[in-house]
Design a protein around this ligand. Sequence first.
Ligand SMILES: [Zn+2]
Length: 312
Amino acid sequence: MSARAVARFAPSTTGPAHPGTLLAGLLCWLDARARGAEVWLRFEDLDPQRCRPEYLDAMREALEWLGLDWDGEERQSDGGAAHEDVLEALARRDLLYPCSCSRARLAREAVRAPDGSARYPGTCRARRLPSEAEGGWRGCSEALRLRLPSGRIDLRDESGADLSEDPAEAHGDPVVRRRDGAIAYHLASVVDDRRIGVTRIVRGRDLAPSSAVQVAIGRLLAYPEPSYRHHLLLLEERGGKLAKFHGAVGFDALREHYRGPDLCGLLAHACGLSAAPVPRVPQDLVPEFAWAKIRQEDRCLAWDGQALRLGD
Ligand SMILES: [Zn+2]
């Protein structure tokens, strides 16, 4: 008997779906369906400044329009009790500490981490949480960081990319609860994957550089480790440089010019799965899906106001 295999697609609800989001959803879904795994839709909606409920509904609608279906749906904001339990457990192990460093200070003092964020230099590492009498970690009005043990994480993703590093050295201690009370991305992601029993993570390669941090957090919590695969991104030209495709066109404009199967066919062609951009529905792509057919290199895409134009 084989163990339950579970994948998840986890878009953030900080804006409308765009072709890059839809390609990521399609690849994650195809990978899961082709191996008979469950695939869940998880909305990453924890950032109170940037996430909006209308984006969440629009994202669900866009994915459905493309032809994707899910074995379950959850929102990270539903996981509050589980997130708090984990923070409590980490606090008991003396692994949390308050950090009052401002962004400006970190930008000034820090070097860049591999994912482009500022490496935390450990300025507040020796500080202690408020005592139990003062409310413990809950009574702390500053950001909380996790004391990450040093040590190399050996991690190779399924595409062959070597993501090994010492996260404590490369990134420094991550924030796990923000000053505004929101649980930070890495911890929430790891805890929520565990909650639904995720065994496999398929996502864009922009998220690859922080994988070792998430593995380190998972090990600290003695969670089983998922396998990882990172895939190509769609890029657009912005300010004379190539950047992850994002702002050029959102779902509303896409829907005016494409039907779901037209866009699905275009995306399947863009990533190398189909020889021509002919209309397809995701279900029909399952039998022919194989990572060996999916191109490794990122692909340029442009929106001319009417249609998407594929570049190299
Ligand atoms: Zn600090």
